[in-house]
Design a binder for this molecule. Structure first.
Ligand code: FE2
Length: 372
């Protein structure tokens, strides 16, 4: 889009007069020139084209019948180059068909010779007024678009800041959890990545995908409310201790629900220990009553536990994971989720597990956490 400037004294109106008759050129130029209006003449359309390439004319007054290129062709070219340039056509032959063609091609007036100079003057004034209006409209539209762009830029900046503060909040929560129960941060990040991969495979996108990822990342946030004596107990939990431990999905839900950007993820946190057959906790939900994000999480959480070393056993191979998910499809896990899981190559899961684990063990990452 070209830049439009409002005309001023420093920027006088330029009129190009194109006619093969020297008398017509001279009479029109003399009559139309004044202190704010400069007239330039061309004796044919080719010379006019050359001048138009180098100068911005407000108005072109062109003869229709000229040797070489006709005025209608010139009109077509002018309108293609800049539709805001006004064009008045002049002809010695009154031909309604040509007049209609010229107006259809964008001419603003059509005058026949011999012309009456006051009539030409009125036509020129009208054409310049119309052009002025058009330019003013385009100018204000341009200004408006500029303002909208500026506001959009500011809005995007603010949104980025909000995004950044979301990220910092999430990192702060997972770091706090990790301070109590080591390896939690790497585990949370792994199940987040696994969840995002599986959720995409199941067709989730946009906000749903974001919430599924956050739900997985924060699934155990409620363990903040579980006493150390239970959470860090190196032996098996008693029945009473299990009752306490099983409160963590509800505690997590209560923590996240009031935080607006995390409230959709809170639903996943509340249901992350539910089972497809309804034998999970805290609410014994079954089937599709369990949010999809939580059903996805249940599968990937099992995978992460099996692929990771435990104090009492070494990490298990991925084949053991696929076997486990197959075996408990339809009881512990959603069969559709298991099917989607199996359609993703084992190498993908192993590569996610390895890369996130390495990242969280790296000195560079630990230093980064300390600096924050
Ligand atoms: Fe949990």
């Amino acid at each position: 889009m070209r830049d439009y400037f409002l005309p001023s004294k420093a920027n006088p109106v330029k009129i190009l007069i194109v006619d093969d008759d020297a008398n017509v050129r001279s009479i029109l130029a003399q009559h139309l020139s004044h202190e704010n209006c400069a007239c330039i003449t061309s004796e044919n359309a080719f010379d006019a084209l050359n001048k138009i390439k180098h100068t911005d004319f407000s108005l072109v007054i062109s003869d229709v019948m000229m040797p070489g290129m006709a005025g209608t062709e010139l009109l077509r070219f002018i309108k293609r180059q800049d539709s805001a340039t006004s064009v008045i056509m002049i002809t010695g032959v009154l031909d309604i068909g040509t007049a209609v063609d010229c107006l259809r091609l964008g001419a603003c007036d059509y005058i026949t010779k011999p012309f009456n100079l006051p009539v030409v003057r009125r036509a020129v004034d009208r054409a310049l007024e119309q052009r002025q209006l058009l330019i003013e409209n385009q100018y204000y539209q341009q200004e408006l678009e500029k303002k909208v762009r500026e506001q959009l830029g500011k809005l995007n900046g603010a949104l980025k800041e909000v995004e950044e503060s979301y990220k910092i909040t999430l990192e702060a929560i997972t770091t706090a959890l990790d301070a109590r129960e080591h390896e939690t941060q790497a585990h949370s990040q792994r199940v987040r990545e696994f969840t995002l991969t599986l959720a995409r495979q199941l067709g989730l996108e946009g906000e749903d995908l974001v919430h599924a990822g956050r739900g997985a990342l924060l699934h155990d946030v409620g363990k903040i409310g579980v006493p150390d004596s239970i959470l860090l107990k190196p032996a098996k939990l008693t029945v009473e201790e299990w009752v306490e431990m099983k409160k963590h999905p509800q505690i997590g839900y209560d923590i996240l629900l009031p935080i607006k950007f995390l409230s959709p993820a809170a639903e996943i946190v509340l249901s992350h220990q539910e089972r497809w057959d309804g034998k999970g906790y805290p609410n014994g939900l079954g089937g599709t009553d369990i949010p999809l994000g939580a059903r996805i999480f249940a599968a990937v959480d099992t995978m992460d536990a099996m692929l990771s070393n435990r104090p009492y056993r070494k990490a298990l191979p991925i084949e053991a994971v696929t076997e486990e998910l197959r075996r408990f499809s339809g009881t512990q896990f959603d069969p559709q989720v298991v099917e989607a899981f199996l359609s993703i190559p084992c190498e993908t899961w192993l590569s996610i597990h390895e890369s996130v684990t390495l990242l969280y063990k790296s000195q560079e990452f630990q230093d980064l956490l300390c600096r924050k």
